[in-house]
Design a protein. Sequence first.
Lengths: 483, 207
Amino acid sequence: MSAEAETNDVEPGAAPESMLIISESSENLQNMSSSLDEIKKMQPDNQDENINNVDPDDYDDISCNTIATGDDYIKDNDWLGKSKHIFVLSSAGKPIYSRYGNEDKFASYFGVMQALVSFVQADNDSLKSIHVGNTKFVFLFKEPLILVSISKTGESVSQLTAQLNYVFNEIVSMLTLSRLSQIYQQRRNYDLRRLLAGVERLIDSLLDFSDSEPSFTLGAVKCLPLAASIRDTISSAIVQSCSKIKDLVFAILLANNNLITLVRMKKYYIHPADLHLIFNLVRASESLKSAESWTPLCLPRFDSGGFLYGHVSYLSEDCQACLLLLTVDREAFFTLSEAKQKIVEKLRRANCLEGINESLNVREETCAETGFPELRHYLYKCKSTAQFYQPGVGAPYMSDYGRLLTLYRRAHQRLHSTSRPLKLLYEKSSDEVLLAWDTKGFELYVVLEPSTDKSATIALIGKLLTWIKKQEDRLFHLNAPTF
Amino acid sequence: MATRKKVLLKVIILGESGVGKTSLMNQYVNRKFSNQYKATIGADFLTKEVQVDDRIVTMQIWDTAGQERFQSLGVAFYRGADCCVLVFDVTAPNTFKSLDSWRDEFLVQAAPQDPENFPFVVLGNKVDLEPRAISTKRAQQWCQSKNNIPYFETSAKEALNVEQAFQSIARNALSQQNHTVDLYSELPEPISLTKTAPRNNGDSCAC
């Protein structure tokens, strides 16, 4: 494509080492290696020297394993008019979750869903989707649960399936897959709602979250824009305060659904899908703001068989960034609580809290404000680090960000279609020009003024990539600090 | 557990075609009866809330097709049932004789944890009709021989005993559920990280 784009040696946002596992494909928890056991079995000294320079290929085992009666509702136009219903049921057909309405009231529908899945299974086949007009019925059978999405949103089957996978992972994150399987092995008629009291709220939040922003579709996280020096200072404050704590696996600092930094134990990586669950937990739990919390949490892509224990707290009254310290040691609360205090003191002395607040208080610049008047909006994802950036939303999408997301989702689907993936998509309509580009190193989705012609578009993209490259150490987390 | 939701019970109704499974359900859930016969295709699903002692439970009733050509809902269909209702027609001896095979079929397909004590309820339907072919005694004897299955004589048409029968169904199904609760309060801590294999090693089974 553009000569300018090709002259960039490395795509913007790329880094020699990533803190996130990058994998495109969908879930396969069963094949996960047991990271937790590994950590437990490690020598106390961790033998740092030996694993310092492990080739990323050694992580293949982790990173490639990617892997009354219902009549009330039938007549309720509000319920029927929802653009996307999500249901979770046990493989026996017992209701577990419904996004809208009280699932008890339409328990019969859950029976129908189970019967459909069971009927197709009888032929050793599996039901993926049913299409009726504009409505898609998407089924995901993840032993021992069945997840169903009924959607009029125009999202593709694979996108809806991915969202159902997230819902499944959210449930696993509260129970672990081992326990979930064990429960149903012992009692197939189990009513899981007993164990999931309170988790509905997390699933509700997850669905709203993933419907209202692009990070889930992209499989990437967005960083809080920060001067590289501040981000590095924060990372080293965490490293210094925690380096002596054994069994601490991840330290994650985030604010407003943006990642500030992530420090990890050498050898262990976190998957963006797990990070999204963590973001969601913080997003959905107001109560975390009022006190230090200690919570068991299973990260399904990391290890679906067991819990990590998380010390979760906000940095301070005057800095609403949330710090999670995740360990395999369930007795570590006080150690981590102390470490947190040390971190906050260090950050305060180095004026990092102000730095974070400044970035949080500044509205992100729109394209026009950064000198690209023809550009309306874009998403840029660096594949090797699983991070993305999007500018502030300007006209004409300020009041209708949803429409922009729909455009992006459709373009994403075209690029990633399993039957006929595209490298480059250029669409011109009376409303806008949309360009989507999938390269080895990045994905770019750009929306421009409808009057922009092809050659101007190409020239703009070259300039944009140069701009992102220049800004990369502010927009992306380029280091992968470790304990 | 103050926030606990109502218990939901999966109840499967089985029996030869034409014995009145759908009519019983309709009488019970909708308080309606029709003499017209319409074969069930695959299965019908109904929901009904019912009070058992001081608890409200939701019954998810799976009304299946008695005709063989519609019985292809897959093995997963019966799994996880809390109670199975076997229905026969007191005026049609063959429908009574086939109870054995329906019961066996159910136990094979549903593969319950404890088949001996799985709750069944037997309903002898159409007692409003003459001539009677299966006596109460004969039906009761069969039920006793199968680990004392509760037996009710019903008429979907006259709404006779229907309410009582389903009350008993709910109670029996619930007893299974209560059993489940006990089982889980005995479970050890969720996942012990010190255990190398989180697989079920059988030490938590309450049987």
